[in-house]
Ligand binder design. Sequence first.
Ligand code: ADP
Length: 214
Amino acid sequence: MILTVASFKGGVGKSTTAVHLAAYFSTKARTVPVDGDPNRSATSWAHKERLPFEVVGEHQAALYARRCEHLIIDTKARPESEDLHALAIGCHLLVLPCTPDPLSLEALMLTIIALKRLGSERFRILLTIVPPRPIPEGENARKAIMDAGLPIFEGEIRRLIAFQRAVLEGVTVDRVKDDRAGFGWQDYAMIGKEIEHLNGETSKRPRASEKPLR
Ligand code: ADP
């Protein structure tokens, strides 16, 4: 399976999502994260060699693709509408992290036409860095996205300080010593399960023009 992670804005947890989905899928099968973001966040995260996988650059991806079951591709932030389409048809699922704040939602809504053209099977929006209830931002953002008719993961990623410590320590969040870190891992594991389910469903009914790549 090829998963691509892209975002309309920086700082929305795109690289965090790519690294944690790679960690989730690496518990199932050989998985390689590909760092296609010029900021190289995922690559520097891996520098301490404490992640359960190697992070490779775009130019090495083809070589690794032959030897692994899953590729998780982190892309540059703010793709153009045309890029989005190209990204979506080059993978099984395009994951679009979005934080529940007005600026992120606005950036998301601006690309709404390009998104709708992709078809709801090709992409999912993931709410990230969601503040705890009773802060209403998460719920409001979910409602706005659903009202716009865009597909969104049922799960979401809560805001936890442990994610910031994970980057500094060069580990995934489950390895951070913090009472709440486990919740962060559970959140990404839920998304991993949703993706497995979606991938199972879409590979059962391939469309002529968009066959699963496997
Ligand atoms: P992007 O790739 O979109 O620029 P990053 O994944 O690099 O975003 O995350 C941006 C910042 O937000 C980093 O400091 C990261 O540790 C932090 N972060 C990411 N996800 C969360 C979260 N769920 N809760 C709290 N902080 C987060």
